[in-house]
Design a protein around this ligand. Structure first.
Ligand code: AMP
Ligand code: ZN
Length: 467
């Protein structure tokens, strides 16, 4: 349980736009957490993983506070169109054309790739990972219910949600509905209002889609938003604790999930609505549609440990955008390497326990809306501080329950010593033997400059990387 000296958990809820103290809805049940998952038409980019890591951190902080978490993340394998305005192609069908495989094959391929990346980043898999295509009956039932309640209308190409039926539609995003209607910035087509959105799209009359299903309205496929409302309700109930996604979900996807659930059940689906802010590159959006995008595999190809990217993400607060640069990743890789080697150098003391004050301070930081930058800074203070070595070690390992940097399992790899470094070390050993102290010091500085440290021992010397 939480240390009494620590502050209670407060999280920023985008629905109320306030920091609120978290209290679970069910006294003894798990905390219900729904996070919007990947659209599996392509690989995920490292921006997507920033959001997934923020959600993983949230889960770990909830656990730190003593809660059990029931985490549901969907796999979007149908219905996510290339445009949020319900026009454009289904991303899955487009991905199938791009790769020359079937939509079903690419869904399986990119779901697997996603799971591999998640493992490399030490993100805990969700408890339930439902696919939209496995929940078509639930979505049809949801839409039929909305129709019975008078929230829908039909057009030539599908069934739409009538947002004019909800006076508070768009509250999450504080949408200016009058402005949207007046400006007509959105291509209306057969839609009655700019903010209306598709619940069911009919297959085009002149072609066969790879993914399509019979429905009371004709052959077709569900809209993207209905999948999350339907699956969240199925696995977490009518009103659960926390719903997350990236910041781009605020104005459309989550706004529409809330609208649907509000219309069917009368709740806003989740008590807290939390959003991870974007990873950007040169201050531009990192988007798959832009063609080139960075994958976790690209980091590995360049010799980075994927957890260096996790460390980088921890250095920024999830509610501010983070600019990705290779220099920033280098700095994070150095930070992680130092943290690992410093921790590894501390002796293991089976009797040592984590320091209570440090744990309380840590809880205060992470309970302050997941302030991981402060928590990381504290970890460095503890590592370099004057607590007994075993206590430092035990404390940092507890912190890592939240960081997820896999510190306990890390082992130094035996690194090959470059020839030039060996030669310098031998020259220094010779200089010492010959009592040429100035020369020995000079050679040691050269070794340091090359990033190596020499430890003199009775039987000779050893070499290790400088931490
Ligand atoms: P998608 O696969 O496009 O459905 O996105 C998966 C998740 O990544 C969603 O929660 C998005 O909001 C989020 N996301 C998309 N782009 C970025 C980005 N550049 N930085 C952080 N999160 C993102
Ligand atoms: Zn969603």
């Amino acid at each position: 349980m939480t240390d009494p000296a620590a502050k209670p958990l407060r999280l920023y809820d985008n629905f109320s736009r306030t920091l609120r103290e978290f209290a679970p809805l069910a006294q003894d049940g798990p905390v219900g957490l729904y996070t919007c998952g990947p659209t599996v038409y392509d690989f995920q980019h490292i921006g997507n993983y920033r959001t997934f890591m923020f959600e993983d951190t949230l889960k770990r902080v909830l656990r730190w506070n003593g809660y059990r978490v029931l985490h549901v993340m969907n796999i979007t394998d149908v219905g996510h169109l290339t445009s949020d305005a319900d026009t454009g192609e289904d991303k899955m069908e487009k991905g199938a054309r791009r790769t020359g495989r079937t939509a079903w094959e690419i869904a399986a391929l990119y779901t697997r790739a996603f799971q591999e990346d998640v493992a490399m980043l030490n993100i805990e898999p969700p408890d339930v990972l439902p696919r939209a295509t496995d929940h078509i009956p639930e979505q049809i039932e949801f839409i039929a219910d909305l129709e019975r309640r008078g929230f829908t209308y039909r057009t030539a190409d599908g069934v739409y949600f009538d947002t004019s039926r909800q006076p508070d539609y768009g509250f999450l995003a504080r949408l200016d509905r009058a402005g949207l209607e007046g400006g007509k910035r959105v291509e209306l087509g057969d839609k009655r209002n700019a903010t209306d959105f598709a619940l069911w799209k009919l297959s085009p009359p002149d072609s066969t889609r790879q993914m399509e299903w019979d429905s009371p309205w004709g052959k077709g496929f569900p809209g993207w938003h209905i999948e999350c409302s339907a699956m969240a309700q199925k696995y977490l109930g009518d009103y659960f604790d926390i719903h997350c996604g990236g910041e781009d979900h605020i104005p459309v996807h989550h706004t529409n999930e809330i609208a649907q659930t509000e219309a069917r059940i009368g709740t806003r689906l989740a008590n807290f609505w939390m959003h991870g802010y974007f990873l950007v590159q040169n201050d531009a959006k990192m988007a798959k549609s832009a063609g080139e995008f960075l994958r976790v595999a690209a980091l590995v190809d360049r010799g980075y440990d994927p957890l260096a990217f996790r460390y980088l993400c921890l250095t920024g607060h999830y509610r501010t955008q983070l600019n990705f640069t290779w220099e920033a990743l280098d700095a994070a890789a150095t930070g992680l390497a130092r943290m690992r080697t410093t921790l590894h150098a501390l002796p293991t003391d089976a009797d040592a326990v984590a320091d209570a004050d440090a744990l309380a301070q840590f809880a205060t930081h992470v309970n302050d809306d997941l302030n991981t930058p402060r928590a990381l800074a504290l970890a460095w203070d503890v590592l370099r501080g004057d607590l007994p070595a075993g206590v430092r070690r035990a404390t940092i390992l507890r912190f890592d329950d939240v960081f997820g940097l896999g510190l306990a399992g890390w082992k130094p790899t035996q690194e090959a010593v470059p020839d030039a470094v060996s030669a310098l070390a031998q020259a220094r050993a010779d200089a010492r033997k010959a009592k040429q102290w100035a020369e020995a010091d000079r050679l040691r500085s050269e070794l340091h400059a090359a990033g190596w440290e020499m430890e003199d021992r009775a039987d000779g010397y050893s070499l290790k990387r400088r931490s």
